[in-house]
Design a protein around this ligand. Sequence first.
Ligand SMILES: [Mg+2]
Length: 220
Amino acid sequence: MTVAIPPSLPHDLVTGVDTVVFDVVGTLLEPAPSVSEAYKNSSEKFGVTLSSSEISKRFSVAWEKQESLDAQNTPAFSTSRSREYERWQQIVCDVFEDSLAADKIFEDLWIHFGKSSSWRPVEQGCRLLETVRESGIDVAVASNFDERLLPLAKHIEPLIRIEKIFASSELGWRKPAPQFFQAVESRLQKEPDQLLLVGDDPRLDIAAANAAGWKSMRIG
Ligand SMILES: [Mg+2]
């Protein structure tokens, strides 16, 4: 069951739900400055000049390439800390077309996106999180973000007060793999129909959660 744009928590949707699991990027947090601005700022430190719009275009292509590689993995969308590190390294190398500075830009960006100052809260998601809390339902976080999420979460609202935080690199699976959702069920010791995923991505969050037998709610 899926609803769009939740100003509140629809009663029929949360009936039987024990825990609402939030996605992170685009749901609770967003990069500030934007990804393309962050890439531009970082590359300029190392003498590489590329417009934000060109970076944005190349980033989308590079991102999709890594998604396809993960889809072709056996098993599909299995992951690890090293795979997530390699994913971002490849994306940065593709964006800057293997420039000699690409490794340095990558290292700089890896640190940048692990800092709380590089992110800001998404108002709609944060309001919904508060509503869920007030209704007495448990909250958790499950994200395709990698190991950097765990230390980051200790320093940034609204993650700072959430105890159950799961990152793909630690679960061994990325969304949309059904195993990602099963791993969260197992960590939370819940059945699929006790869980509701809140996310911004129609395919990775909503369709994947529904396929796993979870309820879902899309924001954004
Ligand atoms: Mg997201």
